[in-house]
Design a binder for this molecule. Structure first.
Ligand code: FMN
Length: 175
């Protein structure tokens, strides 16, 4: 299945679905640059920009991530998104913005990927302790999520979950 080219933002939010089956071609350099740039442009608390992105593409790195989780699928690229806790804003009530900041960056990258015709899935189905060890992630970084990505396989399709969205009444309250 190809990604539709109506890329107004609202349409993308409606039509984007989690791609879990990929064509073998690697993502082009131009598309990769655009995706990473979208993550760089993300807002962050106090503009501290604690997001850290590992781009896994080598045969060795892809084999390593597949050894940690089967949710890497057959993607030719996997982003591992972390947040540097030494560089994130802490609120007076103790709340740390690190995970929010990294999450926003990942969401920006997911949407830009879609705009480029690159499919992805947000994945948290892995053991953070194992992932940390395999990729020697510093203790001061929180591993937030990973995103297998690539051009969708011809027979890739959305899962049934994609079509289940709660109504606005269920998720919003106007006070
Ligand atoms: C925080 C988070 C964690 C997720 N973890 C996984 C995962 O481990 N494996 C997976 O296949 N999908 C994962 N997903 C994708 C969701 O299942 C998917 O977004 C949801 O079912 C809606 O489907 P859609 O993205 O196709 O619209 C995750 C999504 C989020 C936001």
């Amino acid at each position: 299945m190809t990604i539709p080219n109506d890329t107004t933002f609202l349409n993308m939010t409606r039509e984007r679905w989690s791609v879990r089956k990929f064509a073998p071609e690697q993502i082009s350099d131009e598309h990769m640059a655009r995706i990473l740039e979208a993550g760089r442009n993300a807002p962050s608390a106090c503009n501290y920009q604690p997001q850290r992105v590992l781009v896994l593409q080598s045969e060795e790195a892809i084999a390593a991530v597949r050894s940690v989780t089967h949710w890497a699928f057959n993607a030719p690229t996997v982003l591992l998104v972390c947040a540097d806790l030494t560089e994130s804003w802490k609120n007076a009530d103790g709340a740390d913005s690190a995970e929010m900041d990294a999450t926003i960056a990942l969401d920006h990258m997911m949407m830009e990927a879609w705009e480029c015709g690159v499919g992805s899935t947000w994945v948290r189905g892995f053991d953070e302790r194992v992932m940390r060890q395999v990729f020697s992630i510093p203790a001061s970084w929180k591993i937030v999520a990973m995103m297998p990505m690539g051009y969708p396989a011809e027979n890739a399709n959305p899962s049934s979950w994609h079509f289940r969205r709660k109504s606005l009444e269920e998720i919003c309250q106007v006070l």
